[in-house]
Design a protein around this ligand. Structure first.
Ligand code: PAF
Length: 283
C-alpha cells in the first residue's frame, strides 16, 4: 500500500493501473467497517482502490465539532493495509486549499438549504469544494460513497452530473451494528447506554417506511417517542429523491420505481447527549 501526501505524486498512479480502473473512496478517517465495505465493494468489482483521509475544515459549521472529530491515522492506515487497499492519500490543509484554486460552482437546488443543509449552513459548500479538489487530484473512474450520508450522496451526484460526467458514482448501503445502529465515526463518542438508545433510530425509520398511507401519523408518533427517550430531534421526515422533497401525507408511494431504483427515504437527524447522529431508510 502506497501512501501519498502530495497531489502531484498521485499522477504516477495511473501508469500502475494496467487494465484496472481506479476506484476512489474519500473519507475523513476514523475508519470503521462501513468505510471498509466501500473498499470491498470496489475491490469486488475488480478495481484498484485509493482512499483519501482528510478532515475537511470547510465542511464543519461548528468549530467545536471539528476539534472533537476523532483522528486515528495510524489505526486507519493499518485497517486499509489489512484490507488490501492499493493507495492512500493523506493531504495537508495547504495541499487541499492552495490560494490558487478557485471554488467550483454547482447548482444544488434546494439540497443546500433543507435538512442537513438547513441545520449545518455551509456544510455542503465545504463538501463540494473538497470533493471537487479530490476528484481533480485523484482522477478516478469510479467513486464509492456510503448511503448513510444520503443527502451528501445526492449532492455528490449533482457535482458529478454537472462537472465530472465521466465518473461513475456508487451509493453503498449503510453498514449497521447488530442492534441496527448505523455505523459512524461519531459512535465512539457514545456511552454504551447511548449506543443502545441510538439503535432505536433505525427501528423508527424502518417502522415508518412500512406504514404506507399512515406514514404521516407514524412520523409524529416516532418523533415523540425518540424525544421522550432523550433525543433532540432535528428532523424526521419522509422525502423523495433526488431533491429530498417532503412527501405529502396523501402522496405516499410504497412501490420503489423498478428501473431507477428506490425513490423515497425516511430521514433522521438529532443529538443524543451532545452527539449528533443521522440515519435514513431508503425504500
Ligand atoms: O463523508 C465524508 O467522510 C466526507 O464528507 C467526505 C466525503 C470525505 C468529504 O470530506
Amino acid at each position: 500500500m502506497k501512501v501519498f501526501e502530495r497531489a502531484e505524486d498521485l499522477l504516477h498512479i495511473h501508469s500502475e493501473l494496467g487494465s484496472q480502473k481506479l476506484a476512489f473512496i474519500p473519507t475523513m478517517g476514523a475508519l470503521h467497517q462501513g468505510h471498509l465495505s466501500l473498499v470491498r465493494a470496489a475491490q469486488d468489482m475488480g478495481h484498484k482502490t485509493i482512499v483519501s483521509i482528510f478532515v475537511n475544515p470547510l465542511q464543519f459549521n461548528n468549530s467545536e465539532d471539528l476539534l472533537k472529530y476523532p483522528r486515528t491515522l495510524e489505526h486507519d492506515l493499518a485497517l486499509l493495509e489489512a484490507q488490501g487497499v492499493d493507495f492512500v492519500f493523506t493531504p495537508t490543509n495547504e495541499e487541499m486549499y492552495p490560494t490558487t484554486t478557485a471554488d467550483v460552482v454547482v447548482d444544488l437546488g434546494l439540497l443546500d438549504s433543507r435538512f442537513e443543509g438547513a441545520f449545518r449552513p455551509g456544510h455542503f459548500h465545504g463538501v463540494v469544494q473538497v470533493v471537487y479538489r479530490l476528484f481533480k487530484y485523484v482522477n478516478p473512474s469510479e467513486v464509492f460513497f456510503g448511503q448513510k450520508d444520503l443527502q451528501q450522496c445526492l449532492v455528490i451526484e449533482q457535482l458529478i452530473e454537472q462537472v465530472f460526467p465521466h465518473i461513475k458514482m456508487h451509493r453503498i448501503p449503510t453498514m449497521r451494528e447488530e442492534s441496527g445502529l448505523a455505523m459512524s465515526s461519531r459512535n465512539v463518542r457514545l456511552s454504551s447506554e447511548s449506543m443502545l438508545k441510538a439503535a432505536e433510530i433505525s427501528k423508527s425509520l424502518k417502522d415508518i417506511a412500512t406504514r404506507k398511507e399512515e406514514f404521516c401519523e407514524a412520523v409524529v408518533w416516532h418523533a415523540q417517542r425518540l424525544t421522550q427517550m432523550g433525543f433532540e430531534v432535528e428532523y424526521l421526515s419522509c422525502v423523495s429523491m433526488p431533491w429530498m422533497d417532503a412527501l405529502e401525507c396523501d402522496h405516499f408511494s410504497k412501490e420503489p420505481n423498478g428501473s431507477n431504483g428506490p425513490q423515497n427515504a425516511v430521514i433522521f437527524a438529532g443529538s443524543l447527549n451532545g452527539v449528533r447522529l443521522i440515519d435514513n431508510w431508503v425504500f
